[in-house]
Design a protein around this ligand. Sequence first.
Ligand SMILES: [Zn+2]
Length: 253
Amino acid sequence: MKKLFKIIVASIFLFSSSNLFAQDTIAKLLNLEEDQYFADRDSAYLDPYYGLKKLIYGNKRFAENKSINPRQTDADLKNNELGQKPFATIIGCADSRVPNEIIFDQGVGDLFITRTAGQVMAEASYGTIEYATEVLNTHLIVVLGHESCGAVQAAMKLPENPPGHVVTLINSIKPASLKAKSANLPEDESLNLAVKENVLEQVELLRELEPVLSRGFESGRILIVGAVYNLHTGKVEFLEETITSLPKFKNSK
Ligand SMILES: [Zn+2]
C-alpha cells in the first residue's frame, strides 16, 4: 500500500513538474518576462507571436486577481460600427464556466470566438475561422479546451445511443477518448489526458484544413496553437507541443 502511495505521489510530482518545464520552455521561446503583465494591442494584432504573449499576460492578470477589464465600458461597446480587428480567434467549449474575455482579461473587439461543446468543429465553424483570418486579418488561432469538460466526459463513457445530435460530439471526441483510455490511468487523470488529446487533434485538424488554414499555417502567416484552461487555478496552459512546432521555433529545439 505504501509503495502504491509513493508511486502515486511520484507520478503527481512528475506530472506537475513536467508541466512546469513545459511552461518554462514556452516562456523562453516567447520571451515572456516574469514581472510583465501587459502587451500592446496593436502589436498583438500585427504579430501573432506577440498576440500569444498578450493572451498569456492577460490570463496571468486574471489568475492572480489583477484583472483590469480593458475596453469594456459602454463607450467601448457602442463605438465599434467602423469595424473590428480582433487579435485572436478562440475555438472554445460552450461551457458556461469558461468565459473567454474574462479568463484572458480582454475586451470588446479583442477576441473572435466560436464555441461549441468540446469545441467540436464542423463546416460552419471552419467558415467562421477562415472569415477571421481572411477578412479580419486575425493571425492567431487558439483551440481552448478545459478541465472537467462535460463533452469529453460523455465521450469517455462511449455511450451506444447518444440522444439526438449529441452523437456528432461524441464521434468527434472519440479518437481522443480512446487514446486516453488506452493509457490506463486513474479516472480524473484519464479525463485530463482526453481533454488534452482532443485539443491536440483539433489543432492538427485546423493546421491541415485545406485550403485557407493549411496554407496560412505553412507560410507562417497564421499561428494555430492549443491550450487547456484549469477551472480551479484560473490558469490557461498552452500545450508545449503546439508551441515548439510553430514555424519560428521548429529548429530551435
Ligand atoms: Zn467543455
